[in-house]
Design a protein around this ligand. Sequence first.
Ligand code: VG1
Ligand code: CO
Length: 543
Amino acid sequence: MTVSTITTHPIAGQKPGTSGLRKKVTVFQQVHYLENFVQAIFDTVPELKGGVLVLGGDGRFHNRVAVQTILKMAAANGVARVLVGQGSFLSTPAASCVIRKYQATGGIILSASHNPGGPDGDFGIKYNIGNGGPAPEKITDAIYARTQTLTEYRISDQADIPLDGKGRHALEAMQVEVIDPVADYAELMQQLFDFDAIRAWFAQGHRMHFDAMSAISGPYAKHIIEGLLGAAPGTVVNGEPLEDFGGHHPDPNPAHATDLIRAMALPDAPELGAASDGDADRNMIVGRNFLVSPSDSLAIMAANATLIPGYKAGISGVARSMPTSRAVDLVAKALDVPCFETPTGWKFFGNLLDAGRATLCGEESYGSGSNHVREKDGVWAVLFWLNLLAVTGKSVNEIVEGHWARFGRHYYSRHDYEALDVGVANALMTHLREQLAGLAGQRLGAYNVALADDFAYDDPVDGSRTTNQGVRVLFENGARVVYRLSGTGTEGATLRVYLELFEADPVRHAVPVQEKLAELVAVARDLAQLNARTGRVDPDVIA
Ligand code: VG1
Ligand code: CO
């Protein structure tokens, strides 16, 4: 056992963002960097001493090295037992599932999610608590504060643990159990969905196309969709997790899942297309030549939840992040259940799920999930859609268009401006915030401002308040623009502009999204003085 002294604090000024600490691999490779953060976790969560820790990651470059370091530090910090995924693998939702099932004290998940990987790519780490979900801000803030003051860390000097096969090992006094990363998760999915119906649907000759983007959803999708559900071999493509995701962004959106979108536009395209991200918590749902907006997907899940065995008793409520479209709000109203509006990031759903106040949650950023775990869950969402297709006999397009006909359509898009100068991006947000007080009642282009504010959230369960969560401008005709800066990027600043327009009349539901939103986009750019301040006109990513 070694005690190493830290003389500098390499994490200084690098506060973790929306989901943990995400930095370039080269930053994580700095001496003491990972160790500083991990020791801060052990110091902040004393229950880990003598407790059970779940450990794994999305398989990106540096995952294996980091897992060995964390195992040795866990042993030196008195953790009793660690459950680690074979090959160091655990998708984010599977880690959440394992924490809950084995009532672990907490978990450490290694991922930078949808960010690119490889030696020049990104890496990340976050701590999840005993409910299986991301630690709430009071814990993440305390961990960060601890990284700035601790002066030493403890680490075992024993040899690496072999992680390529299942089995039990001892490291100092700690027990290390290498588990199948898929089995517990697959079992949970069988409790929620009608596997017989989906199996029958595939057996009738229906097909799907799942692009795992060379990330961690591959082993899960192959085992469940091709294995247990009998989809044809080859249904899952890019199913082998690669350390650099084949050089791509493992980000399921129209900008990065272009292969999937192309495949789904072919004349003989299968009924359902889907993709998931680096750590398998995101999902993209595609019909034949038809993209399903994530906000619509959440609303459709809520409206049809009782068709799914796991939710047949009905849902207690729904929750969405503030920038997510308000499509699900209308469903909640029709079902007479509450709808909660939270800041961006899954950690804000945890309390609502624990308290039984929400059953389904979602974000516009291709994330949806339920009370089955405490993370968003990509493969779960795909199984939800498969189950819907199998029991309704409808196509994706029919389900979505039917939903719009009943509830109206929320036209929605997110425009991202990436790698902006941090000072410029902050000044743009400050300028927006300074205008807020005078905006209500003003006319901007064809739109009258009804309300403008900087979103703050009061957690109805623990009473905590979170401020500065994004500038939102609501218009009288139900349109909305939201501006916020990303908390997950690793290069400069990313400005996200979220645009939403409600159209009740089904006759007008066929207008293409960007065409419908063009005028609102112009208003949003003018209000932010986007071009003058950033020199940009067109966004880098349109989702
Ligand atoms: C983004 C998304 C947010 C999501 C977060 C983590 O955050 O907007 O909705 O929860 O990524 O997703 P930001 O701060 O960059 O906008 V994942 O799949 O990267 O864990
Ligand atoms: Co992710």
